[in-house]
Design a protein around this ligand. Structure first.
Ligand SMILES: N[C@@H](CCC(=O)N[C@@H](CS)C(=O)NCC(=O)O)C(=O)O
Length: 202
């Protein structure tokens, strides 16, 4: 049964984080796809006053902000818990969600993935200077993620958590472009043969 409706642009990492949570929970959901750019129309403010994506509807309850949506789905949907029980695991998860919003998004996705993945789709010209300037800070972000992950399979302990679901969609773009070679073996998605796989930035 469809109980959740997610509004978003297909492919957006924030949208995909919520879809991953809904799937992990085994929840029923429907995707209300928004065409690229349609979120800037005035009428979309009724869905998201800040004109961002995603927004979740659950019955007559409407919610935006991905972290809040993830927490809500975790609380109301049955299925495996996606929040560690122990305080340190839960703290690592919260740290990772915050780290994703503040550093992965700003220093990796918004510059590198945006210029290499989105800009060509929009028929625009990539800002090569911005890409070049972003490589050193992005490398620090990825190195810190690799340190936090260490030898674990998941960021916040033994089991999958909301933190993994938040960061994974952002990292999944890296193998698609050469600068994604900044990704370390521990944070690199398994997609051999993609451009980011063998050739890192000089
Ligand atoms: N704080 C928001 C950020 C959402 C966000 O920035 N979404 C991006 C998509 S990945 C977006 O709406 N981009 C379109 C734009 O900024 O015009 C959240 O956590 O949901």
């Amino acid at each position: 049964m469809t109980s959740f409706v997610l509004h978003g642009i297909p492919g957006s990492p924030y949208v995909r984080a919520v879809l991953l949570a809904l799937e992990e929970k085994g929840a029923g959901w429907r995707f209300a796809a928004i065409p690229m750019g349609a979120h800037r129309r005035e009428e979309y403010r009724a869905v998201h006053p800040m004109q961002k994506i995603p927004t979740l509807d659950h019955g007559d309850f409407r919610l935006y902000e991905t972290h809040a949506i993830l927490r809500y789905v975790e609380r109301v949907a049955p299925g495996p818990s996606l929040v560690p029980d122990d305080p340190r695991g839960a703290a690592r998860m919260d740290q990772l969600i915050s780290f994703t919003n503040d550093y992965v998004v700003r220093q990796v996705s918004s510059v590198l993935s945006y210029n290499r993945r989105i800009v060509p789709l929009l028929g625009l010209t990539p800002d090569e200077q911005a890409v070049a300037d972003a490589i050193a800070p992005a490398r620090r972000v990825i190195a810190e993620l690799a340190r936090l992950l260490g030898e674990q399979r998941h960021f916040a302990g033994d089991a999958l958590s909301l933190g993994d679901l938040m960061v994974a969609p952002h990292l999944s773009f890296l193998p698609d472009y050469a600068e994604g070679g900044i990704s370390s073996p521990r944070t690199r998605p398994s997609r051999p043969g993609s451009p980011g796989w063998s050739s890192g930035p000089a």
